[in-house]
Structure formats: C-alpha cells, structure tokens
Write a protein that binds this ligand. Structure first.
Ligand code: AMP
Length: 631
C-alpha cells in the first residue's frame, strides 16, 4: 500500500492517470475521452467527452444492488416525523418531482431555485433537477427576501420550489411571505412556483403562478422520467456565496468532475461504505449539505440522514440517539454545533451506543483546541477537522484515513488533500513560503481538481479577477485564508484575508450587511466587522454614524434605533446575518485616503493591538469605539 505522501504526489504528477482511476468509481454512459483539459487556464475542464448523470449515480445506480436499503432518512424533531425512503422509493419520488418540473416547463439547462426547509421534498427537488439536466440553485432557508431576490435575479430560474414554512424550536417559520416579497422585489419573474404545503402556515396562492406539489405529485405517481445524459462539463448547480462585494457570487459546479470528486472523497477521506449510514448535521442551503447530505453519501450507496431541528431538542442527546438508532458510521458537523452541545449535560455523550461510529468530521469554521479535545474525549472517537469552501465543494485540507491512517493534531485540519497543489504565498510578493511555520495566503496552483467551481455563474471575468489575480505576479487560486504549515506538513488556518466573516459556520459578507443597514433613513455610514465569539466563532458588530445624531438622547433611544436596524437586516438578509450589536459613533476610523479601517476596529473589539495607525485620519475615531466596548 502506498503512503499518503505518494498518493498525494501522484495526484499532481500523474494527474490524468490518478483521476482516470478515480473516474471508475462512478457510472458513465460514455467514458471520458480526456481527463483534464487545462488549455485555457484557469478554466479546467474535467472528464471531457464523458457523458453521465449525477442523479443516476446517486439513485438509479443502486437499484440493482440495494433497492430496499434505506437511502434517505428524514428525521424532524420539529414536527416529530421520521420517514425512511429506500432507494426504490427515493427513485419514485424523484421521478415524480422531475415529472412535475418538466410539466412546469423546466428543460435541460434551465435553472430551478430551491428555497426550502430541511424536508425530503428539498432532496427530491435537487435530485430531480440533476436528473433532467436542470441546474439547481438552493438558497438557504434562513435567508430573507432581499438575499433571495438578488439570487433570483442572478439565477433567472424558470421555477422556484418552496414550502409554506420551516420550523425552529417547535415554532413555524413561514417561507411563503418571504418568497412573495422576494418575487416582488426581483426584476426577473419566474414562470412558476411549486409549493410544498406542510400544513404549517396559510399560503396566499397566486393564480397561474403558484402550484401545489401535493396535487401534482398525485397526478404523477407512476410517471417514468429517464435520466437526461449530460456532458461531464454540464453545470449541475450554482450555489451563491458571499464575498467582499455586496453581490453574492454564483459558484458554478460541473457534473462529471463533481461526481468523481465526491465518490473519491467518500472513499479516501470519509471512509464510508455502501450499506452504512452517514449523518451530516448541516443544511441543504450550504455546500456541505449539497456534497455530504445529498450527493456524496448517496453516490457511495450509503443511507443519509436529513435532520430538521435543533441539536438540543428534545435534549442534547438527540444526535447521538440517531447515531445509535441508525448505526451511523460517519458523522459530519460544525464546531459551533459542538460548542452548543458542550453546554449540555456531558453524560448525554455516553448515554447511547455509539459503537458503529468511526469518526466525527468537523468543518466550516476554525475548530478550537478545547472544543476538539472535549468532543474527542467525550465520544472516544477520532475527530477529523477538514477545511474547504463553497468554491471547492469538497475538502482542500484533511486527513485521508481511507488512504493511510494518520494522527490528528488539534487545531489543524490536516494536510493538503490529493488533487490540491496547496501553496502558502507571501501576500505582497507572491513568493512561495516553503519553510515551516511561515504565515502566508493559502493558495492552490491550477488546475483546481475535479468538483471545484468551474466559474462564477455567467461571469467568467469575475471568476478570474476575484480568485486568480489576488496574489501579485501569479495566476493562482486564492482561498482568502491565512495559514501556516508545520514541519510535518499539517496546516493551521489563521482567519480570512478579506472582509468575509464566519458566524456559527455561516459565511457572511460584511459588505452585504453594511448595505442593508445603510438603507436605514437615519444612517449615514456603517462599518461591520467580525469579532471573536466563544460560541459562534465570530459575530458581526456594526458601528454606525447617524445622519441626525440628535435623535439619540439616551440609552433607550439608542436601543430603539438598534432594534430598528436589527429588523431591517432580518427583513433583507435574515436573522442569520443580524449583527450582535449596532453601536453609534460620530465618526468611523479611516485612513487619510478614506478607507475604513475594519481590521483595526475588529482588533479593538477583541482587545488586541490595532497595529500601525500612522495612516489614520482621526485617532479619536478608534478611541470612541474603545470607550464604547469597555463601557
Ligand atoms: P464556506 O464557503 O461557507 O464553506 O466558508 C469557507 C470558509 O470557512 C473558508 O474560507 C474558511 O475561512 C472557513 N473554514 C472552513 N472550514 C474550516 C476549517 N476546517 N478550519 C478553519 N476555517 C475553515
């Protein structure tokens, strides 16, 4: 058996040989003629000439060998439902959804926007899209009308699939009014809206536009919809993610490369086997949900648990009870969720039989050492931190225990994953930092491996300029994260190089939040920064300058205005983006050229040294923030 170092090396030096072998993990209607076409950097085309289908690989392919095995296990502690769909049943439901979408006019290449809670129909809709060659664009259910509208405008979906409501902590959260408002705001209007009625919130249906899934499903109980065989490079989905501008980017993913990358990752990284159960606690609105609730486990022939609910309801043992009940072998969650569980009775960690579980994978945000230590000791299982991004679709850094067992180092997401030529670069000179423990920008030399973003939806230029031109003098993919690598090749991630923040594993652009707050009639200017938080990793803090400062006369009026701002952000972006606090100042710290010193503000909020302030225009500005924080 080869060592992991050899395995990784070969993935770079014999790229075609390596990925040609991985491609055999999936079904092809026509096998690829060329493994990687990198004739037009940084655009990589993987498995050129290959013809396949993602839904076939996730569902149909398993009908011959495991038709009655569980495929999708839906558990809702919000509605107290538990439904197990076998591969055969999932196949039937996906075809029904595909038939309905086709009836509503969806064709190959059309977009379908999915704005759904964590219910099985969301999975059916995603799989139905890839089945018929439509491109899905899932928008996280926690986003509100403004965020949704901007995504609808960019994706131009033929159909939007949604539901009457989600639920949180046992209380319904209506979706339809948010969707209606988004459709009103959006200049682009989809032809049809397909709605799942869970009977949780009343819906006003728009005649001619809105359709109910229940009734249309009934009409298609036995409709057969064959898979539409598509080129490996055909887009399977777009997923919007925040960046440094207010406008979210549609990360575009292919079909064949994604399918191979996921199949390979299930073998080499997650080490899950067909017939076993995978449990990812993420949401379908995030990339983890796409790759490791829906496609990855199903492609591997595993059952996947789709969980709607809180990790602490009915109590903090709920997830472990599911591990016991469904004999979960591989589990995937986020550090924030573990920090939430840390506040619960530790006896809950040992109450259930977890003997089936081989490892707990954590990703999405930095995993602090005490949290890693706590959960690892509590469960007595390996904890595997893995680092990646919406853009890559699967891990950049991890341990690959399916190739060679390695020890975790707390605080490190491990080594460069096969296929990724990871480099640390000097952000000023672009020079590669080869020595141990030097801090640089984590970058990946092209081509990006299969499964990574093809481009920004309808904006090749933005793809190149944003991701490939940020390091001086080189065409290299920037992750916009700082990192160091120790002498053993383990990386440590040290935070973002840009204005993106990470709240409870949710990636948020501070500019989007600033834009929303600036819409308040009495706010002249605002800066939003990410500040370290014990539970959520980071929280957003806003500092605003008022147009009419005399409106704030005392603490009560400041709190009232703060509440107005919260409402505005909730309405535009969703509570997920709401800052922890909005503080009012008379001036923001800026350089003499007018650039807001967000990093200095964040440093002051965290009690750190704000660094070099020689270019600062008005030193009193930072002092005001210091005074507010310490008050
Ligand atoms: P997203 O695209 O929402 O998955 O966010 C990606 C960003 O989350 C990365 O660029 C990192 O800043 C952060 N991130 C993800 N996984 C990890 C990890 N394991 N350790 C540290 N940061 C992480």
């Amino acid at each position: 058996m080869s060592t992991y170092a050899d395995f990784h090396q070969r993935s770079l030096t014999d790229r075609d040989g390596f990925w040609g072998e991985q491609a055999q993990l999936v079904d092809w209607k026509v096998p690829p003629q060329q493994i990687c076409d990198y004739s037009n950097p940084p655009f990589a085309k993987w498995f050129v000439g290959g013809i396949t289908n993602l839904c076939h690989n996730a569902v149909d392919r398993h009908l011959a060998t495991r038709p009655d095995q569980a495929a999708l296990i839906f558990v809702s502690t919000e509605t107290n439902q538990e439904i197990v769909y076998s591969f055969r049943e999932l196949h039937a439901e996906v075809q029904r959804m595909a038939a309905v979408l086709k009836d509503l006019g969806v064709q190959k290449g059309d977009r379908v926007l999915i704005y759904m809670p964590m219910i099985p129909e969301a999975a059916f809709a995603m799989l139905a899209c890839t089945r018929i060659g439509a491109i899905h664009s899932v928008v996280f259910g926690g986003f509100a009308s403004g965020s949704l509208a901007s995504r609808i405008e960019d994706a131009e979906p033929k159909v939007v699939v949604s539901a009457d409501a989600g639920s949180r902590g046992g209380k319904p959260v209506p979706y339809k009014p948010l969707l209606d408002e988004a459709l009103r705001l959006s200049k682009y209007k989809p032809e049809a809206v397909l709605l799942v009625d869970r009977g949780m919130a009343a819906m006003d249906l728009v005649a001619g536009r809105d359709h109910l899934w229940g009734a249309l499903r009934e009409k298609n109980l036995n409709t057969v919809v064959e898979c539409e065989w598509v080129d490996a490079t055909h887009p399977s989905y777009t997923l919007y993610t925040s960046g440094t501008t207010g406008k979210p980017k549609g990360v575009q993913r292919d079909t064949g490369g994604y399918c191979v990358a996921l199949a390979a990752s299930m073998k080499h990284i997650y080490a899950g086997n067909a017939g076993e159960t995978y449990f990812s606690t993420s949401d379908i609105g995030w990339v983890v949900g796409h790759s490791y609730i829906i496609y990855g486990p199903l492609i591997a022939g595993m059952a996947t648990i789709m969980y709607e609910g809180l990790p602490t309801r009915p109590d903090g043992g709920i997830w472990w009870s599911l591990v016991e009940k469904y004999k979960v072998t591989v589990m995937f969650s986020a550090p924030t969720a573990v920090r939430v569980l840390k506040k619960q009775d530790p006896a809950l960690l040992t109450k259930y039989d977890l003997s089936s579980l081989r490892a707990l994978f954590l990703a999405g945000e930095p995993l602090d050492e005490p949290t890693a230590q706590w959960i690892s000791t509590g469960l007595g299982k390996p904890i595997i931190d893995n680092y990646w991004q919406t853009e890559t679709g699967w891990p950049i850094l991890s341990l690959c225990n399916g190739v060679e067992k390695a020890v975790s180092k707390f605080g490190s997401p491990g080594k460069a994953v096969y296929g990724y030529d990871v480099k640390l670069l000097d952000d000023q000179t672009g020079e590669e930092l080869k020595g141990a423990n030097q801090k640089g920008v984590v970058a990946v030399e092209g081509p990006l491996p299969p499964g990574c973003m093809q481009t920004v939806w309808r904006d090749d230029e933005r793809f190149v300029n944003t991701y490939w031109k940020s390091v001086p003098g080189r065409l290299v993919y920037s992750t916009f994260d700082w990192g160091i690598r120790d002498a053993d090749g383990y990386y440590f991630i040290l935070g973002r190089t840009d204005d993106v923040i990470n709240v409870a594993g949710h990636r948020l652009g501070t500019r989007e939040i600033e834009e929303s707050i600036s819409a308040h009639p009495n706010i002249a200017e605002v800066a939003v920064v990410g500040v370290a938080d014990q539970l959520k990793g980071q929280v957003a803090m806003a500092f605003a300058v008022l147009k009419n400062a005399s409106l704030i006369t005392d603490e009560a009026s400041a709190l009232a205005l703060e509440a107005e701002v919260f409402k505005l952000v909730d309405r535009d972006l969703g509570a997920v983006a709401r800052p922890a606090r909005v503080r009012f100042v008379t001036v923001l710290p800026k350089t003499r050229s007018g650039k807001c010193l967000r990093r200095a503000i964040a440093a002051v909020c965290e009690g750190r040294d704000p660094g070099d302030l020689t270019t600062m225009d008005d030193p009193a500005a930072l002092q005001q923030i210091k005074d507010l924080i310490s008050a």
